[in-house]
Design a protein around this ligand. Structure first.
Ligand code: PLP
Length: 358
């Protein structure tokens, strides 16, 4: 069976060897040696100032909303994973949707200002499939209206924009280290900011609000991760070159074989060093998508409709109509892409798609 993704797992001996360090100390969570080592390695590798590793990529979004004291309305994108909208509602704020750019698939910055009201406190945007939002324009808008910017950068491990880590844009960026992401710890994530005060605040928020063992700065949650996950992260970290290289080869294979006159690809923003995280294809109709999906499923190949549905159409999120996001959500399919996928398989998938387009 070929799935849309497959977790990269290092040889188990490598994982066990790293894990032995915490085993021998009998210290398996509460920011042990391994989590600290992983944070240092990631800071260096990514080119960022501050990071707090967390137990998943969703709690950091909630912590970001808390750390920035947001309330009222938060402008967001309908073309994202459910987490980037549900956290807004969960934190008692209202998501206000702005449609997406049809080429880049990120929030359309030219439509943001018309949605800003006296209640708007922030923009929470997603860098889609590792493709950066127009961070420069969004920063200008945020400064002009004195509102905050959070980026859901769950797809952005290793992405650079204008030569700099994409995580360095906005007030806070979050990432996911879920098993389906490029770099993973099974379940995991992180919160990143350039601002020392925001880092300190989000750090105590992720650890019950603790100030030392006997005092508290304020309300907090538990978003810590364990040494077991950190050990997996350290083991995966040692293979990053091979992971990026393997993915790049598959992307190049799809690019070479897919009929680009009849299938639309994601347009990567200029000046981006991309990470080959997803391979979305956009068909001319939902009918074609469903047909292709069925053909591939018959061959035991399972691409995924992602992102689908457009979040503004989910009842409890109360969004207005978003024609571009709704149209693309219905026609976009992410093809299998992972480091260990064979190029022959990608070639076969591309040919099956070309042959069966309606
Ligand atoms: C994976 C993902 C998340 C959630 O991350 P978890 O680690 O699963 O909590 C949030 N937003 C986007 C865009 C994602 O792809």
């Amino acid at each position: 069976m070929i799935n849309v993704t497959q977790s990269f797992l290092p040889p188990i001996e490598q994982y066990v060897k790293i894990l032995e360090k915490s085993w021998n100390k009998k210290w398996i969570t509460n920011r042990g040696e391994l989590i600290l080592e992983l944070e240092e390695k990631l800071k260096h590798f990514l080119g960022i100032n501050f990071i707090t590793i967390t137990t998943n990529g969703t709690l950091p979004l909630q912590i970001a909303i808390k750390a920035l004291n947001l309330s009222g309305e938060i402008i967001t994108t309908p073309f994202s994973y459910i987490a980037s909208s549900s956290v807004i509602s969960w934190e008692n704020c209202t998501p206000v949707y702005v449609d997406i750019d049809p080429e880049y698939l990120t929030i359309d910055e030219s439509k943001i200002e018309e949605q800003i009201s006296s209640k708007t406190t922030a923009i929470l945007a997603t860098h889609v499939f590792g493709n950066p939002c127009n961070v420069i324009e969004i920063e200008k808008i945020a400064k002009k209206h004195n509102i905050k910017v959070i980026y859901d950068a769950a797809h952005c491990f290793g992405v650079k924009y204008n030569g700099e880590s994409i995580f360095n844009f906005g007030d806070i960026s979050t990432c996911s280290f879920h098993a389906t992401k490029i770099f993973h710890t099974g379940e995991g994530g992180c919160i990143i900011t350039k601002d020392k005060e925001l880092h300190e605040k989000s750090f105590y928020l992720h650890n019950f609000g603790h100030n030392g063992s006997e005092d508290f700065y304020g309300i907090g949650i538990n978003a810590k991760t364990s040494e077991l996950q950190a050990a997996l992260g350290l083991a995966v970290f040692n293979h990053l070159d091979a992971i990026f290289y393997g993915r790049k080869k598959i992307v190049e294979t799809y690019d070479r074989w897919l009929d680009s006159t009849r299938i639309k690809n994601l347009k990567i923003r200029e000046n981006t060093e991309w990470n080959y995280h997803y391979y979305p294809v956009i068909f001319d109709s939902e009918e074609t998508l469903l047909h292709i999906k069925q053909i591939l499923n018959k061959e035991d190949i399972f691409p995924r409709r992602y992102f689908y549905p457009s979040l503004n159409t989910i009842k409890y999120l109360n969004g207005k109509k978003m024609p571009i996001s709704e149209s693309i959500s219905k026609r976009i399919l992410c093809l299998p892409l992972y480091a260990e996928l064979q190029t022959e398989t990608a070639e076969k998938i591309a040919k099956l798609i070309n042959k069966n387009l309606l």
